[in-house]
Design a protein around this ligand. Structure first.
Ligand SMILES: [Zn+2]
Length: 172
């Protein structure tokens, strides 16, 4: 059992935490709390625009859809192909790792971008954090986790609270 990403690269999960032995996504209640928080957060943020694009573009239609997610759920940073190298450069070379696990990470990174911070050209194309494409179980390859969205819809509020799932911007 290895580490996998679901939908967006960046966040990594122990396969055993999030998938059944047949490769389908586990019910949320059967996941340990930390991956459960991230997986339920993913259902809300997959398909959203890149945060750096949103900062730099006046028109949301010019923003790229995010392909990667870093940071903590609810204060995560969403990044497109173009801006992921900027984040990795900031994190590794500009002291961003100081904010690992810190809710302030997103704001500090976006301040750096707003101040004109960018990765040097040669940094683009550097290996991604997950340099090997993951052999994603079938449930994950579509970039969506529909079974979870259905599951969340069917839960009542008390059940969701019991799971500590924050759905503040999930469109259900
Ligand atoms: Zn972007």
């Amino acid at each position: 059992m290895g580490k996998v990403s679901i939908g967006l690269r960046g966040w990594r999960f122990d396969e055993a935490d999030v998938f059944d032995s047949d490769g389908s996504i586990k019910p949320l209640a059967e996941m340990p709390p930390e991956p459960r928080q991230r997986v339920s957060r993913l259902t809300a943020i997959i398909g959203n625009a890149c945060d750096a694009c949103m900062l730099l573009e006046d028109d949301e239609r010019h923003c790229n859809v995010a392909l990667a997610v870093y940071g903590e759920p609810m204060s995560e940073v969403l990044l497109c192909e173009e801006h992921e190298p900027d984040f990795l450069y900031w994190f590794r070379e500009e002291g961003g790792d100081e904010y690992a696990g810190n809710a302030a990470m997103k704001d500090r990174f976006l301040e750096w971008i707003a101040d004109g911070g960018r990765a040097p050209d040669e940094y683009a194309g550097i290996e991604h954090v997950d340099s090997e494409p993951d052999a994603l179980p079938n449930a994950a390859v579509t970039g969506e986790i529909p079974s979870l969205e259905d599951e969340l819809e069917e839960m009542d509020e008390g059940e969701r609270e019991a799971l500590d799932v924050d759905l503040s911007d999930l469109d259900i």
